[in-house]
Ligand binder design. Structure first.
Ligand code: IPD
Ligand code: CA
Ligand code: CA
Ligand code: CA
Length: 266
């Protein structure tokens, strides 16, 4: 049976807006915060409530679809067979807690391993970055115009500066060299928003030493629609079932960042 991806996008967008309303309402009251793997790895009741909201909607409407989300509401997945929804209920939880700003709901829908729908909603800025495979990428229904490349020394890269002082980071030196050579770096604290910004030409590239599939699943679909590239630091395709290094950017810049900086065998 063939799927109407534009109709599915419409439904997913409606759920995103509904979920965003719940998030904004939650911000009016004190929020319960918990630590996960370490004192800076935070989660709130709102992250869990939003994941549960989507899981229940999907189960009720598309019982044969699969679900992968950061907060572990569904069983773990071991393949991308069938239709898989990959959700980060709140990307940028630290911003959500500290700033009440700069966080997103990020939702990617895959079919037999191929990215079909990518939605990243910057809740407080009311910006929905959206794409359906082969139908282009948009911000609030405005088409994103394909952009020209800039040389590396004129590029602005999204990067968390913490990676530069982390002694255990095997990529410390290549990343320091890259930071030295680019025009500047930015850190917004939400991987999904930063990847969407690359697609929207607000950043030229974005790099992280460790991301999980829900951080980049939606963003990758946006990037593909505007001709940008995404891979691991070694230039390999991203895996949507396990964590990895991630480097995204305009095609030439992506190639140069991989070949001259982070792609080296360590
Ligand atoms: C985090 C954010 C952050 C990135 C971290 C992610 P979360 O996601 O995207 O920008 O640097 O690696 O884990 O935990 O807020 O969903
Ligand atoms: Ca998290
Ligand atoms: Ca995330
Ligand atoms: Ca999250």
């Amino acid at each position: 049976m063939s799927v109407d991806w534009l109709a599915l996008e419409k439904k997913a967008k409606a759920w995103i807006y509904e979920a965003a309303g719940m998030v904004k309402q939650a911000l009016a009251n004190p929020i319960q915060i918990e630590c996960k793997s370490n004192p800076n790895d935070l989660v709130t009741e709102v992250d869990r409530a939003i994941e549960s909201f989507f899981y229940q909607k999907i189960q009720a409407e598309f019982p044969s679809h699969y679900f992968l989300g950061e907060e572990g509401i569904a069983d773990e997945l071991d393949s991308l067979t069938g239709t898989v929804w990959i959700l980060d209920p709140i990307d940028g939880t630290m911003n959500f807690i500290h700033q009440k700003y700069n966080f997103a709901i990020s939702l990617g829908i895959f079919h037999e391993g191929q990215g079909m729908i990518g939605l990243i909603y910057d809740v407080m800025n009311d910006e929905l970055f959206h794409a359906v495979r082969d139908h282009g990428a948009y911000i609030n229904n405005e088409a994103i115009v394909p952009v020209k490349e800039r040389p590396l020394h004129e590029s602005i890269i999204g990067l968390n500066a913490k990676w530069l002082i982390e002694e255990k980071n095997p990529y410390k030196n290549p990343l320091m060299a890259l930071v030295r050579d680019v025009r500047s770096i930015r850190s917004y604290g939400s991987a999904a928003i930063e990847i969407a910004y690359v697609a929207a030409d607000r950043l030229d590239g974005y790099i992280s030493v460790n991301l999980s599939p829900w951080d980049y699943a939606a963003g990758i679909i946006l990037l593909e629609e505007v001709g940008c590239k995404a891979s691991t630091f070694r230039g390999e395709p991203l895996d949507f079932l396990s964590a990895s290094t991630v480097i995204v950017g305009k095609p030439q810049l992506h190639k140069e960042m991989v070949s001259s900086y982070v792609g080296e065998e360590l």
